[in-house]
Design a protein around this ligand. Sequence first.
Ligand SMILES: [Zn+2]
Length: 289
Amino acid sequence: MTYVILDLEWNGARSEKLGGYFNEIIEIGAVRLSEDGRIEDRFDAYIRPVVSRKLTRLVTDLTGITDDQVKKGVSFGQAMESLCRFVGEDAVVMTWSNTDLTVLMENCRYFYGDERIPFLSAYLDLQHYAQLRLDLGTAQQVALGKLAEQLNLNSEAMELHHAIDDSVLAAAIFRRVYEPFSFKKATLAVNDEFYRRLTFKPTFIREIDDPLIRRADLRFSCEHCKRNLKRVGEWQFQHRFFTATFRCSACKAEYVGRVQAKRKYDGVEIKKRLIRKTAEKEQETGGAT
Ligand SMILES: [Zn+2]
């Protein structure tokens, strides 16, 4: 089994064809690792942009890449052909968060009319995996440079975001966190479902009688006597929340109940909040279905 860590730099370009914004890849960097984490080979290519030949100030400041450098680069198609050969077959491809992956898909869609990535058969989000392995949780994404610093990994002379340097740095983190069993478990097979999941856009449910919201999701109980509260007004939808007034028939306390229903790829995530109307006390509950 071989591992490949991929890192991209891109430029924000205004596309006439798309009538909008396009993340045009200008550099691809990658390292291929042996099973024990040694770097076996490196890949680095500048890509000559065609959608916008001018790099934004932000990109130049962040990466140090200049208009002249990318002008001498290869086409996206040539870079992808070389990269396919570099990755080879059956490699587990990793990126630091799946943002690079979605940008690569965006470029494949633009240049090939197909968003699937030709060399991708197995994938692991190294950022997500590293955060799990280091018990950092996954609610907040940790930047590559910041984590490397925390782990005392030498990142001198890597002030700028060059794709190849970021790949090398990510490889150092890989060596720290790699453990065969958990790694295998976190590796995803790349198939139609993989792409559907990656491109799924979560939405907030706006209709209170949507069948995806269960009746139990809309019930609250009194903070004091634990009795079920009675809803005394209609549900209103505002700021992504359903809101209604509730009253306890026993102790007469009044509340505002708020429910948020977010449709995700794996189901609906419900967030509930009960706010006491008379006192300033709040109770929070939550759960996912
Ligand atoms: Zn009560």
